[in-house]
Design a protein around this ligand. Sequence first.
Ligand SMILES: [Ca+2]
Ligand SMILES: [Ca+2]
Length: 275
Amino acid sequence: MQKVWSVLMVLGLSVAQAPQGAVLLRLNEAKQAVVVGAFQGGRWIEAEKLSRLEARRYQVFGPAGRINQAQGAEGLTTPDICDWNRETPLVLLERRAIQYPAYAISAPWNPQPRPVVSFAPTPAHRQAVAAELDRRKIKKAPNITQALRADLDADGRDEVLLSANQPGFFLSNGRIEGSYASEVGDYGLILVRKLLNDTELRTFVLDVTHLEKPFDGSEGMPTVVTRRLGAILDLDGDGKMEIITEDWVHEGWGSTVWRWNGQQFVKVLEWGCGV
Ligand SMILES: [Ca+2]
Ligand SMILES: [Ca+2]
């Protein structure tokens, strides 16, 4: 009996020492990890408000699932540009090519409890995108760039997540770069199609942008319209998966975390860096 207790004490000790809550990093390239935020003590925490970060093991995800694992080190540093950002060293553990941006999550729960599947969009999906473009008087074809399927909220019905972009994505050295709008109507759009019950299919637009008038250099910055699904992960441990979306601006980029609250998708974390 005494032996059992000592085993339990050792187990208890190791549980107590395991990192609590979740930390989400964004990898823009192999050796650069920036903190998007954390979920700790029942709250979402922006990177800027994190006082410390312990050495953690991470799983690395792209839009369609897990793509690597990584070991983090203790500590946070503040970069020269975007001084509200926090960076931390991260070493990828599996030798396989990955596409950036990617997301590293450390959490004591399964961050992807149900599969996320990439699929070929059908005419019905193009029609749904076309309807949203029409609604905004965007006169461009529905060019779907990502089509993912996953049961986000564990109600037994898959949600459909789409990104649509004109121009499409631009890949440079293994990294997605934002595309500048060149014509009026060039756009980026992210939407979720969700069955609210057996019959009601609702479309939720998470992000949309388009070029309204030609850029002539007289004011503002040229418009980057790229909008993309970054990863689908349970970041707060409630068994429901959140959506990470990505946006680009002139010499800048960002990630936003969306959580389904039972009625709509709400922003719970935002990260960005731009000059
Ligand atoms: Ca569902
Ligand atoms: Ca969740």
